[in-house]
Design a protein around this ligand. Structure first.
Ligand code: ADP
Ligand code: ADP
Length: 234
């Protein structure tokens, strides 16, 4: 599903990723772990086409990322949840979810799609799946951090990408909410046979919810193991 071939990425003279290679199969749940500065965000941003590699190649479904010319076509394949959630606080929850369906920053279209019943039904369905059916028209900024993270998840569910990328999806949440979001993310992805690559700080959560752990250190792979082979000390 994802092929990373000898990827290198520098910021000026600083090497963020050096000659990184790995393959992720369809349906795998991969946790990216490693200390701050290891290169996790850079790798996810490369996979999401927010950055270009200096050398090497990234393929999704056998096709180089650079050949997905159309942003919408790529968004159907690959969806990203970023640390900042990218939600618009002033908008109602359901408008944020509908905006994601269009995979671009067109709020006008989000409102327009409210008049398309099938689109609205899908957004309501996605919000039900994350347990927010009673907050459809709540202002998004009035929601707690955990609820906002669930809105971001609902938006991604509606977009139905084959690959879900998540950068620290639980960074700002307390332990109970973190487990809630991770269980939801990986559980729903499993149901749809989606592939997940998520960066995480906690090895404990990575082992509990993901099938494979890739640890980065100084822009390189430190270890790459099935989660059951990873010990607490690693
Ligand atoms: P993380 O939580 O992934 O460790 P960081 O704190 O490393 O995030 O980075 C947060 C943001 O700041 C990222 O968008 C990253 O690209 C940017 N950033 C990180 N390090 C630097 C740097 N040395 N110079 C400029 N921008 C940086
Ligand atoms: P992580 O997500 O694992 O914390 P990052 O990918 O954010 O790691 O950062 C990898 C390295 O690249 C770090 O040394 C960081 O300081 C550097 N870096 C990240 N973003 C930038 C940037 N925009 N400009 C300069 N250096 C950066």
């Amino acid at each position: 599903m994802i092929e990373v071939n000898s990827i290198e990425k520098r910021y000026e003279r600083k090497i963020a990723l050096s000659s990184l290679s790995f393959v992720v199969k369809k349906g795998e749940l991969v946790a990216l772990i490693g200390p701050s500065g290891a290169g996790k965000t850079t790798l996810l941003n490369l996979l999401a086409s927010l950055l270009e590699p200096d050398s090497g190649e990234l393929k999704v479904d056998g096709k180089p990322l650079s050949q997905y010319a159309d942003r919408r076509q790529r968004a159907r394949k690959i969806g990203l949840i970023r640390q900042q959630f990218d939600l618009v606080g002033q908008l109602a929850v359901i408008h944020n979810v509908l905006a994601g369906r269009l995979a671009e920053w067109s709020l006008l279209k989000s409102f327009a799609s409210l008049f398309i019943p099938q689109e609205k039904d899908k957004a309501v369905d996605a919000l039900k799946r994350v347990g927010l059916e009673d907050k459809l028209y709540e202002r998004t900024s009035n929601l707690s951090g955990g609820e906002q993270q669930r809105v971001a998840l609902a938006r991604l569910l509606m977009q139905k990408p084959e690959v879900i990328l998540a950068d620290e999806p639980v960074a700002s949440l307390d332990p109970a909410r973190s487990e809630d979001i991770l269980a939801m993310l990986t559980g729903l992805a499993k149901q749809e046979n989606q592939t997940v690559v998520a960066s995480l700080h906690s090895v404990e959560y990575a082992r509990k919810y993901f099938t494979r752990l890739i640890a980065l250190k100084n822009g390189d792979i430190f270890f790459d193991l099935p989660s059951h082979q990873v010990t607490e000390q690693q």
